[in-house]
Design a binder for this molecule. Structure first.
Ligand SMILES: [Zn+2]
Length: 357
């Protein structure tokens, strides 16, 4: 689709109900997307957890406070979820529920990510942890109209060896539930250098690679993630506008930016949604997708993100179609699944045209 069509409004314009539209989500963290009711259940089931909380208090602890000032503060909302996710059954349950929640708002394909190393506190092996999440996903795929895959996060604030352990543990699940690997957690300037060897191994083993970069630190990290680590996609990447080399390489390589608008406001990466660069990027031909990042922590859904973008920037159907198709192409799905996802959109678009006549 040409750039001109992005701004040209069609007869199907504003006030689209994005709940009904088929959606693709590529950047969603399992531990940031838990149902508060289920967290309470799981905490009660753990003997050591001294529970003096009701579901409202749990919800309050899981959702980022309005005065959150940084990514570091935002990440503190993950402590309670992690406590509740140290057993095979809980990992399976939470994974199932996130896929279910996504399917209920017409997300047709979800790449769900989490860091297995954070779930070893009660003795589970990395292997058991990864398998549990795949089991939860597969059950949801059988029960609901949704496809997807698991992305394994390595933590930037953990050792190089820890990343290698995760990458090796996930190897046998590649193509069988696991679709890629990521680097997540607090972002320092120049973090990529520490992870050159792990990501070299990941590429050799056949992983797809997406890296969180250009969120809490500069666009230079995005440049490094692509050139030093072989990232095919970038988690966030919205700060590429402070580094010309980063901007140019993203545009030239067509690396997809997994943009998470509400999370970016929550972490103070952008001051308010009106200042978010996502639409400028789209208009300039940068490959972007829209995502939630964390459904619970950011108190959001794909529908909410898209409706917000529509209300602030005017997301006409041509622009949405472009985002949808680019997102399908940049997903780590099989060709067969990609075809089905495109068909989902065509059917929806056809119905929309008919209903407007
Ligand atoms: Zn993220």
């Amino acid at each position: 689709m040409s750039k001109e069509t992005i701004t040209k409004k069609t007869i199907i314009t504003n006030k689209t109900d994005y709940k009904k539209a088929p959606k693709i989500e590529l950047h969603c963290h399992l531990d940031g997307s838990l149902r508060p009711e289920s967290v309470l259940d799981e905490l009660k089931a753990i003997e050591y957890a001294n529970i003096d909380l009701d579901v409202d208090k749990i919800r309050e602890l899981l959702i980022v406070p309005p005065n959150c000032s940084s990514l570091i503060e935002y990440l503190s909302c993950f402590e309670l979820p992690l406590k509740a996710m140290q057993r095979k059954s809980s990992i399976e349950r939470f994974t199932y529920e996130v896929f279910q929640d996504a399917s209920e708002e017409n997300v047709k394909y979800l790449e769900l990510r989490f860091a297995p190393i954070l779930h070893t506190r009660m003795g589970l092996s990395l292997d058991e942890i990864i398998e549990s999440s795949i089991n939860g996903m597969n059950k949801a795929k059988a029960d609901f109209d949704i496809e997807g895959g698991i992305i394994l996060c390595c933590m930037k604030n953990y050792s190089e060896k820890s990343a290698i352990d995760t990458i090796k543990a996930g190897e046998k699940f590649i193509g069988n539930g696991v679709v890629g690997v990521d680097l997540a957690g607090p972002e320092d300037e120049g973090f990529a250098k520490k992870f050159i060897e792990p990501m070299k191994l990941a590429r050799k083993l056949g992983y797809n690679i997406t890296i969180h970069a250009g969120e809490a630190a500069s666009g230079k990290n995005v440049y490094d993630a692509i050139t030093l680590l072989g990232a095919q996609r970038i988690g966030h990447g919205i700060r590429i506008n402070d580094n010309k080399a980063a901007y140019d390489i993203v545009k030239k390589s067509n690396a997809l930016l997994e943009v998470c608008p509400i999370s970016n406001v929550d972490t103070n990466t952008v001051e308010n949604i009106n200042l978010h660069p996502v639409f400028d990027y789209l208009k300039d031909g940068i490959n972007i997708s829209i995502n939630t990042d964390n459904r619970t922590v950011s108190n959001t859904t794909m529908t909410k993100e898209l409706n917000l973008i529509d209300s602030v920037f005017g997301l006409d159907m041509d622009s949405y179609k472009k985002i949808y198709y680019n997102t399908v192409e940049s997903s780590f799905a099989s060709d067969e699944v990609k075809c089905r996802l495109k068909r989902n959109f065509e059917e929806y678009y056809h119905e929309l045209l008919v209903s407007k006549k």
